[in-house]
Design a protein around this ligand. Sequence first.
Ligand code: SF4
Length: 476
Amino acid sequence: MPNLPKKEIDNEYAAAIVAPIEESGTPIDDPTGRIVDFKQVAQLQPKPLMDAVTETSEEPPGSGAPELSQHFTPRKPQILRTVATSASPGFKLSARSAAFLKKHYPDANAANWNDWRWQNRNRVRQLADLARMIDLSTDETAAIEKHKGALPVGITPYYASLLNRHDSLQGLRRTVVPVLGEYLQAAGENADPLGEDAHSPVPGLVHRYPDRVLLLVTNFCSVYCRYCTRARMVGSVGERSVKKADIELALAYIKDTPAIRDVLISGGDPLSLDDERLDYILGRLKQIPHVEFVRIGSKQPVVQPMRITPALVKILKKHSPVWMSLHFTHPDELTPEVAAACGRLADAGVPLGSQTVLLKGVNDDVPTMKALMHGLLKIRVKPYYLYQCDPISGSSHFRTSVSQGVELIRALRGHTSGYAVPTFVVDAPGGGGKIPISPDYVIGHENGDLLLRSYDGGIYRYPDPGQEPGQLEIKQ
Ligand code: SF4
């Protein structure tokens, strides 16, 4: 098991697990990765739930969530539910998962594998653990050894099972295993290219567009993407951590700002919070009359599909309308488990869209992108945005030219279902927001007609109202 820092066990959490311990008589792992012993539980003094978690370590779940003791009272029934729902019933163990589990976690079983908290506790975070699973290149090894600070290595066992052991250039592997390119600073790159910090009226909240905000509820992700736009803060400790007081301040800001009708909950990964914390945040937002709907941005269904438990789905349904933007990168992510997770969300009435970052050598060719977009539609996820890779520090090895993205859209538009074509956007550095870029199908005006080029190169005329006959204006 990867080295996880030992933490002081708090009494709130101890209360939450005492019933199952009494039943089993054996120690039990807690969802934050701590090993809890029944004797220790009996000796604990009262202590707020979150204090031991938020500031000392990159640690799941609940970094920055509110102090639940203020909001939830009957403790015992809630406890039983918490423990009982951490596993995700109904997920069949694939042959791939079963073989990986047997080889790398011989003491665990299928129920452990399908328990998202087990997945969190057993994330691959150390060089030695990763080296047992894949043949690391010299470049990868040197990059991991050199790493300090935010954006650590973190890979769930489930996602690690998708990595190609022998091919360091495999798309998925490149997205989660660091290389030395991360330490190169190219021209125009910086730690906060979108200027989020400058548009943050209170910590943990970005208010760029008048009617919507970005609410950052945690800095934890169960898998860290090497091209993350928030590389400056995700997985960080200390002052970059999202704290419970920040969440309360952000909720108060939203409540006091009637123009806000749409809240995007992000992080880190919001679905890495436990059910109670998510329920709390969604409930608080639901109580604000001017908030019309909420979106959650998450990669959890992709890297930890077992997180989509019936209990979680019930919470999302309760706070409807909740939309989700899921972060997909490559068709290799479209496994039966991911299809089942998305199916549960879609069945619960959660509209699903995908967000994909265009990455050099990962998904920047037409067959890969088309396979991803087609595969998403099959699991009821609408391709939403294709992002030009943001100029975050150390990302030049991932960045394609913008014209590469335009050509990908040209290869999709008209050549496949319209639903399979995402909007290609550049998130303007400095805070200009998402600017859509698409191939230009307009040739110009001629004699009152609009001249258009079709997807297959044909030229067509459209009688455009308001254009004077005889006028000639051809775009170059
Ligand atoms: S899941 Fe999202 S927030 Fe987390 S590391 Fe990946 S891109 Fe960043």
